[in-house]
Design a protein around this ligand. Structure first.
Ligand SMILES: C[S@@+](CC[C@H](N)C(=O)[O-])C[C@H]1O[C@@H](n2cnc3c(N)ncnc32)[C@H](O)[C@@H]1O
Length: 233
């Protein structure tokens, strides 16, 4: 069985056979099951593989291939055309969204750091999906204020203390039947540990908000670091 050789932020780890897995203060999915899921899942796109390798080498937290596939499926299931990402990093999750959207779709990437956005542009261009993408550098919530119209999906992966603010500001911008999706909502198991730090408090409050809201029907999938899917009524 592959052994974990490196652990990054947000529970992502590298095993000695080069796969991404989850290793954290608390195991959300056992390493054996996570490795099985990764092995059994086809992973063919060379650009995605290259991005996964970059994440391993730089310990950069990406959603990984299992969640990536789920994002792709959610676009297809909802017939989504317009997707907004809050916190795009170097474009890995955006690449999955972009592939699912097709030529008529619109994908908006937001990212604080210019160097990340440049890498995202390069990957999406090489994957021939950049024509459906728009790139915004700066704070994602400020960018959101300047964007027109509603979205079919808003995917949230910004700093965790901002999650409650994301809920308040992103919710009105979703169409009826749209999805608010957030990564890391189990936060390496810290959501059930005592003395939560600022980021954990942000996640706890976010999870409370999505389940208490009468406007949303929400689930948390305990895949990798936990992903929430909230359907707007
Ligand atoms: C977890 S990474 C994103 C990974 C990406 N979603 C993926 O799976 O490929 C979080 C990214 O969000 C960016 N970020 C954090 N807070 C942000 C904010 N308020 N506005 C824009 N970007 C933000 C960080 O610079 C970082 O690149």
């Amino acid at each position: 069985m592959p052994q974990v050789t490196a652990v990054s932020l947000q529970g992502q780890a590298t095993t000695d056979d080069g796969q991404l897995t989850t290793k954290s203060t608390m195991e959300i999915v056992t390493a054996a099951i996570e490795n099985y899921l990764i092995r059994v899942t086809p992973q063919e796109d060379p650009i995605l593989k290259e991005m996964e390798a970059r994440a391993r080498e730089t310990n950069f937290p990406i959603v990984g291939p299992l969640v990536g596939r789920l994002l792709y499926q959610l676009v297809k299931l909802t017939g989504s055309h317009r997707v907004l990402e809050l916190g795009s990093g170097f474009g890995y999750s955006a690449y999955w969204f972009g592939q699912a959207l097709g030529d008529s779709g619109e994908l908006i990437l937001t990212e604080l750091l210019e160097e990340n956005l440049a890498l995202a542009k390069d990957s999406l261009e090489r994957g021939k999906i950049s024509s459906r993408a728009r790139f915004y550098q700066g704070d994602a919530l400020e960018t959101l204020e300047g964007l027109e119209g509603q979205f079919d999906i808003i995917f949230n992966d910004v700093d965790k203390h901002q999650y409650p603010e994301v809920f308040k500001r992103a919710s009105p911008r979703l169409r009826s039947g749209g999805l608010l999706i957030s990564d890391n909502v189990l936060w390496q198991g810290k959501v059930v540990e005592g003395q939560p730090d600022e980021r954990t408090r942000g996640i706890l409050e976010y999870n409370r908000l999505i389940f208490e809201s009468s406007e949303f029907f929400s689930s948390i999938i305990p895949l990798r670091d936990g992903i929430s899917i909230s359907l707007k009524s």
